[in-house]
Design a protein around this ligand. Sequence first.
Ligand code: AMP
Ligand code: ZN
Length: 466
Amino acid sequence: MQIKLYSTLTHKKEEFIPIKEKYIKMYSCGPTVYSYAHIGNYRSYIFMDNLRRMFKYNGYKLNHVMNITDVGHLTSDADTGEDKMEKAAKKEGKNPYEIAEFYTKAFMDDLDSLNIDKPEIITKATDNINEMIQMVKEIVDNGYGYETSKGIYFDVSKLDKYPILSNNDLSGEEHGARIEVDPEKRNPYDFAIWIKAPENHLMKWDSPWGKSYPGWHIECSAMGRKYLGENFDIHTGGVDHIPIHHENEIAQCKGSFGHNPANVWMHCEFLLVDGGKMSKSLGNTYRLKDLQDKGIEPLAYKLFCYSSHYRNKLNFTFEGVKSSQIALNRLREGYLKNLESKEIEDNIDEKITEFENRFHEAINDDLNMPVAMGVVWEIIRNNIKSKEFAKLLEKFDEVLGLDIKKSKQYLQKEIEVPQEINEMIEKRNKAKLEKNWEEADKIRDEIKEKGYIIKDTKNGVEIEKI
Ligand code: AMP
Ligand code: ZN
């Protein structure tokens, strides 16, 4: 089945043609690990997860790279301000490497709790410094880069066209106002690709330009080329990357090896809060943990994200995400009803094919998750219950990533177990330890009379309400 993707470059939804049949080379801009990622960030990674899963559903293999930015991302996305890592290190009284390690782990744990299918290669900027220096040298040798007292700058006037993604008109007054004027820059939109480190800067490397460190944009250009080559299929990120980071990535690749590296550039829209952007600098962010503290699972947030197409803004409210938690449990119950159905239904093959086609068409149509979810809810609401439908939902979950095969476990976690029952379980555990099996069995029967079934598993005792 044809796959259509919206390309930021052409502003159109187009048929996707891979460079190599049934194989995807993809690059996603990863987090800057100077603090905890917020749920807005995770919207971008849920989008990335859906994209990976959609390709797998269509029988593709992937070589997907995501970077971890652990140096060089300044407090402004352009080239002013402090390095975010160094700023955090000072604030927390640690060194920047400790900061990076801590928040990378927190990020990975969150990806797990969101059941995000991780890229094949996850690589840190600081592990790829030589490739970055090499690229800067090429840019300078090819006449696109020049040295100032602050570092190496990219000369955008040397390009055939800049910008190409964002269609910003740079000829107006606006650009002079937006960019701080640096007298050493040849053009106001020139940007730093390599930055000379001040004396007290902690992260710095030897380079032909003295002790210095990479600019954020060169990191992604160099890592993309190192792991995927000079031409790959897809590059993803959030919409905020379009006007600066991705524009500059393309510029650097042109300056280094002559062309834009990615065939399709895809961008996820923002998660809003109270109608405005959710961002760390505005101080209006929530973490997954804040949701969990209110009884909302990360997977409910994932389902919440499916209520809007990735190219539309999505407004976050606690009411909205609470409804998604209720919906998620309904989905789990519906799946289990189908799974446990003993009915043998004739003539559902046609229905299954229809559902399957509609779901497949929706995901292949530029990841239309709201429409795909519409098919899921039709199955759940259907009066006919059948194991075949449960199998179909499991298949859909290869794309949804809601872990529905574990529905029973998730629903059980939701059960409020009364204190009295917990005490009885404790007593039974003690009896078991003392090898008093008769007593243990007796307590289990008493618990059953009170309406709970307990099962001994390798993870401990599981409780089910009758
Ligand atoms: P950062 O760690 O700041 O580089 O951001 C990581 C990713 O999250 C990038 O792809 C951003 O575009 C994305 N992002 C940041 N804020 C939001 C938001 N409010 N909604 C959706 N994506 C976001
Ligand atoms: Zn990037």
